[in-house]
Design a protein around this ligand. Structure first.
Ligand code: TRP
Length: 329
């Protein structure tokens, strides 16, 4: 039997090259080997204020990116989190097996409540419990996520183990699946912080819908250092190392190969090579993305089929949980 994978991206903000190389790019490689569930975490997006029209537009954009990037809706189950009721059912149950003290330790909660001091809602606080439900409701074995989600995976495992120890073997204990290279694509201006779709410095981020001119411009402005030598050294040369990571992932080259390729060349040449690699990679993705957004029926067929398939599996697990805790079905 194939192992099960689940992951998701929030429907907040424009997706970036970081989302693509750090997540979707890896997912594509898994679609044959694993039974994959990829969702758009639209319920999680409600933990911050959103314009309703923009939220549903964003959800469709994330879906279109998944498909345009090469996730095959026949091979993978692609769906909207809000359309599979089992997630919220399990969420409530798991809330009752999660301690306030555990949630209080979550660094993302601390960061987000600092950022949204006027709206520290309880959804933001219990965000990791919904995420645990997302994962456990499929009994996922592996969860490909970025480094920043590691703590959420740990609490998911703790909740699952706690439940299992009370009610007997119910949940598979999931593992984080963090690919070394793509796990963290950093900002172009601030290469010590993750490339983030919610930044205010637009030169820091490549969006997946940036046009070639924008990409060239942003790469030209990317922060490097004064050594003028393409050499991987994350500590001392975070900017150049980040560009090398991006280039390596797209071209499937190792850091040594890149160092050789650009030996004796300056940062100007290197930056333009990175820009052209990104532009080429995004060209077909953008074409398919635009086609899909102009064809909402095609997207609808994909998410409807996905929700149905996802529900079939998730309902079974949630029913078992209901029974175990003593609810009448
Ligand atoms: N919290 C994740 C993020 O911001 C998104 C997410 C929600 C997720 N539910 C998930 C990721 C379940 C993996 C599994 O990146």
């Amino acid at each position: 039997m194939k192992k099960t994978i689940l992951s998701g991206i929030q429907a907040t903000g424009n997706l970036t090259l970081g989302n693509y190389l750090g997540a979707i790019h890896n997912w594509i490689k898994m679609q044959d080997e694993y039974d994959c569930y990829y969702m758009i975490a639209d319920l999680h997006s409600l933990t911050v204020r959103n314009d309703p029209e923009i939220l549903c537009k964003r959800a469709m954009q994330v879906l279109a990116i998944y498909v345009a990037a090469g996730l095959d809706p026949e091979k993978n189950t692609i769906f909207l989190q809000s359309q599979v009721d089992a997630h919220v059912k399990l969420n409530w149950i798991l809330n009752c097996y999660t301690y306030m003290g555990e949630l209080n330790r979550m660094t993302q909660f601390k960061d987000k409540s600092a950022k949204h001091a006027d709206n520290i809602n309880s959804g933001l606080f219990t965000y990791p419990v919904l995420m645990a439900a997302d994962i456990l409701v499929y009994n996922a074995d592996l969860v490909p996520v970025g480094e920043d989600q590691r703590q959420h995976l740990e609490i998911t495992r703790d909740i699952a183990e706690r439940f299992n120890s009370i009610y007997g073997e119910t949940f598979v204990i999931p593992e984080a699946f963090i690919s070394e290279q793509g796990a963290r694509i950093m900002g172009l201006q601030e290469p010590t912080a993750k490339m983030s779709k919610s930044t205010t410095n637009l030169n820091d981020v490549i969006f997946l819908n940036d046009d070639p001119e924008e990409i060239r411009k942003k790469l030209k402005k990317a922060v490097t250092d004064s050594e003028n030598c393409v050499r991987y050294d994350k500590e001392n040369k975070p900017g150049v190392s980040n560009l090398m990571t991006i280039y390596g992932l797209i071209q499937e080259k190792t850091m040594e190969q890149i160092e050789q390729e650009f030996a004796g060349k300056g940062y100007g040449d290197f930056k333009m090579a990175v820009a052209e690699a990104i532009i080429e990679k995004l060209e077909s993705l953008q074409k398919r993305y635009n086609e899909l957004l102009e064809n909402p029926e095609e997207l609808k067929a994909i998410y409807e089929k996905g929700a149905k398939k996802a529900s079939q599996r998730a309902d079974k697990i949630v029913n078992e949980v209901y029974r175990k805790v003593g609810l009448i079905l």
